[in-house]
Design a protein around this ligand. Structure first.
Ligand SMILES: NC(=O)c1ccc[n+]([C@@H]2O[C@H](COP(=O)([O-])OP(=O)(O)OC[C@H]3O[C@@H](n4cnc5c(N)ncnc54)[C@H](OP(=O)(O)O)[C@@H]3O)[C@@H](O)[C@H]2O)c1
Length: 337
């Protein structure tokens, strides 16, 4: 992929005051501080998307103090293309900032055909990380996650593969994603026995999906592991964008999307009620939804997606008002029931 535009000429130089406004939170009991808001590249960074826009969003993120970028082998579409685009942009804009960045990849979902391109075998995970490093042009990732539990592969094999990635210097830390509390506990025990730094669990968490409150956050606390909350805006539903209908260029209206118009229509009354509260708090709904997650001490970072730099700028302003009154929290619970 070529970057062929005016910004090709203008070399990127990061905003000197990028660390002045962002909050950094410790991930569990580790040495790692993560920005309160991180950027995920699941959507908007594939070959189907504009590379120029992807570059603007990444530059904007880093200028806002967002040091953590989250990828996975199969982000795109097509699979692998978000990592390849990231690699193209990284080479031009971010190589000199490598030590200021915390970059993640994962494997665990469908990636390539045949028996070795899915789930949690050692064969799959090791090969996948090698491919990801090549696509991104990196020597190592800062964290590598097993993307989802595998009901058939022994956990010792999967965790053993993660531990070996660290030993080989291809990952600095490891994490898991979408594991239930009991599976998380078992993974933590195995990783501890292997002396491997398990610092993050990546879990879906938003006002519309509160499963982590039923045990996972406590389990993570017990094991000194941080939580990074993905899809905090419920893929865009927890913003004001759908209040007057489904915009043409929204995720709910796109192919290759897990969000559809029925889900949006089913939640819209709750969204409107939440939006009224956000306006009273002099915040956008997206900002209130992010602040609501950050009230959980175990959450080290809220992992947002963005289809434009302006969305990211708006979302980071969530940090201007993170406090809630008891009455506000009670009202939110009532709306969500
Ligand atoms: N571990 C896992 O299994 C897993 C699964 C899913 C995601 N993730 C990670 O989590 C990241 C975030 O997930 P997500 O993209 O679903 O997060 P999200 O923050 O809930 O949704 C992001 C989308 O919401 C819309 N949006 C964001 N800010 C907005 C604003 N201020 N106003 C209006 N609309 C706004 C945009 O969609 P439009 O296109 O409509 O503008 C944007 O692409 C992913 O990139 C990935 O890194 C991990």
């Amino acid at each position: 992929m070529q970057i062929n535009d005016k910004s090709e000429i203008k070399e990127y130089s990061a905003f000197p005051e990028r660390y002045h406004k962002m909050d950094y939170k410790r991930s569990g009991k580790s040495g790692i501080l993560l920005p309160a808001i991180s950027l995920g590249l699941w959507h908007n960074f594939g070959f189907v998307d504009s590379l120029q826009n992807a570059r603007e969003v990444l530059r904007c993120a880093f200028d806002l103090g967002i040091t953590h970028f989250d990828l996975a082998n199969n982000y795109g579409p097509p699979y692998g293309s978000a990592e390849e685009n990231f690699g193209t942009i990284f080479k031009k804009d971010f190589k000199k900032y490598r030590d200021e960045l915390f970059i993640a990849s994962k494997a665990g979902y469908d990636m390539w055909p045949g028996p070795y391109g899915n789930f949690g075998s050692r064969k799959y995970l090791i090969a996948s990380l090698d491919q990801s490093l090549k696509r991104m042009g990196l020597d190592y990732v800062d964290i590598f996650y097993h993307h989802r539990p595998d009901p058939e592969t022994p956990l010792e094999e999967t965790m053993g593969a993660l531990a070996d990635m660290v030993r080989q210097g291809k990952a600095l830390y490891v994490g898991i994603s979408n594991y239930q509390p009991k599976e998380t506990q078992e993974a933590a025990k195995i990783l501890k026995s292997l002396n491997t730094s398990f610092i993050l669990h990546q879990a879906r968490y938003s006002m519309f999906d509160r499963w982590v409150e039923d045990g996972l956050l406590n389990t993570l606390h017990e094991h000194g592991v941080g939580c990074i909350a993905f899809s905090p805006l419920a893929q865009g539903m927890l913003t004001d964008k759908y209040i007057h209908g489904i915009p043409e260029n929204s995720r709910a209206n796109k192919a290759f999307s897990y969000l559809n118009t029925d889900t949006v229509n089913d939640t819209i009354e709750k969204v409107k009620a939440l939006n009224t509260l956000a306006i009273k708090r002099e915040q956008k709904l997206s900002q209130m939804a992010i602040a609501w997650i950050l009230r959980q001490p175990q959450v080290a970072s809220v992992l947002v997606g963005a289809s434009s730099a302006n969305q990211l700028k708006e979302n980071v302003k969530a940090l201007d008002n993170l406090s809630f009154t008891v009455e506000e929290l009670t009202l939110i619970d009532k709306i969500l029931k």
